[in-house]
Design a protein around this ligand. Structure first.
Ligand code: HOZ
Length: 418
């Protein structure tokens, strides 16, 4: 096997930027990525044999930790029966039923392959259902890379400091209105939908202000617009009912991903039956996919959901709360101003004096300091997200002693950069 720098050099010759997704490239923290050879539980090993405690966890897809035996067995067993048929399977029905049971607003569900497909189709469906074109999105929220939703996007768009993307025609975003997070916007009667991350987790972690989500629900109801929750990150992560259960606000449509695929390419969108029934083949809104509801991905998703119960979520949230408090203490003790927001099992790290409440305050946090902290941690064997605009994902496989060790190493890292 090659070493990390050699592989990155070779990768850069055949893959643009050396990576298949921009946030992996270390663009905002400097240096080059480590190449993963294998992973298990809370650890990843790079091709040089170095072990890291991994807080990326496939950007939140692995809630049980890497290579969980139950998931591996489910995938192995499914693979023996064939990897894709282009015809419906029982597991698709089981997974849709399991989603509806846990997320009651999803009266009907369609399985797709990625969060981008889920959000793109949810917006198309909202437009088809209302006969309107306008879409309201919030600055710093990331809804995948569909043309209409890239403006002021978080995640890699934020990491690279881009306003949006080249190659998107003005006409594709002419009906996208970008407004600040945590402020309820005016929703006019030409708006098809408001799409929001109910807990923003692609500009770092930014919790919803009290009343924000309820305000969006009311504003949409008054305007006859649909409310779309992008729960690709929060779905099955902050609890089995997602952020909509945590905050008690019911969207018309929800987008799900990451956790439900257990590390395989699977996402979903679902919502009101009267709206979902507008999808082809019953209705006029088209959406399709050769690999949608894939046998391996649905097997993984069912195995993950079966392993998650209220006790698991309580444990995960409890550990995240402890880790958040420890990180705040040790970094503050080193003399650095830090904000460590925690929502259920999700954490963020902003080097900022003031709490971060929206994209402007997220961008105002000290990104250079985050970069130095990131590398100090990486040198000590702790893999944080390689961007200040992402969240940390402790998993059920992160034992308490590794979280304590993470905090100890964070103390040393913070002292080193103070
Ligand atoms: N959207 C995810 C980060 N918040 C990861 C997907 C990616 O951009 O690679």
């Amino acid at each position: 096997m090659g070493d990390n720098s050699e592989l990155f050099k070779r990768a850069s010759e055949v893959i643009p930027g050396g990576v298949d997704s921009p946030v992996r490239a270390f663009g905002s923290v400097g240096g080059h990525p480590y190449f993963v050879a294998r992973a298990e539980g809370c650890y990843v090993w790079d091709v040089e044999g170095r072990r890291y405690v991994d807080y990326v966890q496939s950007w939140g897809a692995s809630i049980l930790g890497h290579a969980d035996r139950r998931v591996i067995e489910a995938v192995r067993s499914a693979a023996g029966d064939g990897t894709s048929y282009g015809a419906p399977t029982e597991r698709e029905v089981l997974l849709a039923e399991a989603i509806r049971e846990r997320v009651p607003s999803c009266q009907k569900v369609r399985l797709v392959n990625s969060g981008t497909e889920a959000t793109m189709t949810a917006v198309r469906l909202a437009r088809g259902a209302t006969g309107r074109d306008r879409v309201i999105k919030f600055a710093g929220c990331y809804h995948g890379h569909a043309d209409a939703l890239l403006a002021a996007g978080g995640s890699g768009i934020a990491t690279l400091g881009l306003p949006g993307s080249a190659g998107v025609p003005a006409s594709a975003v002419a009906d996208t209105v970008v407004v600040p997070y945590n402020v309820v916007p005016d929703v006019a009667e030409d708006v098809a939908c408001v799409i929001v991350e109910p807990v923003a987790a692609n500009m770092g972690l930014v919790p919803p202000a009290p009343g924000f989500l309820e305000g969006l629900r009311d504003a949409c109801d008054q305007a006859g617009a649909l409310l779309i929750f992008d729960e690709v990150i929060t779905g099955f992560r902050v609890g089995s009912g997602g952020a909509q259960a945590m905050f008690g606000v019911r969207p018309d449509l929800s987008c799900l991903g990451k956790v439900i695929g257990g590390g395989l390419p699977l996402a979903a969108f679902g919502g009101r039956a009267d709206v979902m029934d507008l999808l082809a083949p019953d209705g006029p809104v088209y959406q399709a996919g050769t690999l949608s509801g894939n046998p391996l991905a649905t097997a993984a998703g069912l195995a993950v959901l079966a392993a998650l119960d209220d006790g698991a979520y309580r444990m995960l949230a409890g550990r995240a709360e402890e880790l958040g408090a420890w990180l705040t203490d040790v970094i503050t003790e080193a003399g650095l101003a830090v904000q460590v927001p925690v929502v259920g099992p999700l954490l963020g790290v902003f080097f900022s004096e003031a709490p971060v409440t929206d994209y402007d305050s997220a961008k105002a946090a000290d990104g250079d300091r985050y970069a130095r902290f990131f590398h100090q941690m990486l040198d000590r064997g702790i893999a944080l997200p390689p961007s200040p605009f992402e969240a940390l994902f402790p998993s059920l496989a992160h034992p308490k002693d590794e979280l304590e060790r993470t905090a100890d190493l964070a103390a040393a890292a913070a002292r080193a950069i103070a």
